[in-house]
Design a protein around this ligand. Sequence first.
Ligand SMILES: [Zn+2]
Length: 131
Amino acid sequence: MTRLYSISHQYVEYIPEHLLPGVLYISKRFRTASHLCCCGCGMKVVTPLNPAKWSLTDYGPNVSLSPSIGNWNHPCRSHYFIIRNHVRWAGKMSQRQVAAVRQRDHIDVERHAKGKNVVAHLSEIFKRWFK
Ligand SMILES: [Zn+2]
């Protein structure tokens, strides 16, 4: 599997059923973004765009997604940041860290009463690490 180090972005009305690797599909209408895991494993990663989940910053030629993408539920357990269309790889998390993030995510989801998602996101601590 080949890791990607950059990704392009594409605004769409509907997220297509079949995604191309290396493309971040963004639907403003449905407030969500989707891409195939940047490790090359082919898993679809869904990142809802709302205050409890991810935020997208559009710089014009490129975009950032925050916080990082942590695919704990996928076999690859990839963890990376999408910053201005660059994929910045981060270390894999330990079971304990994953559990902590899941716990926090659970609380966030309850707080914001938003539906289920397959991807968890990182704590403030990890965001600070990579600043
Ligand atoms: Zn992967």
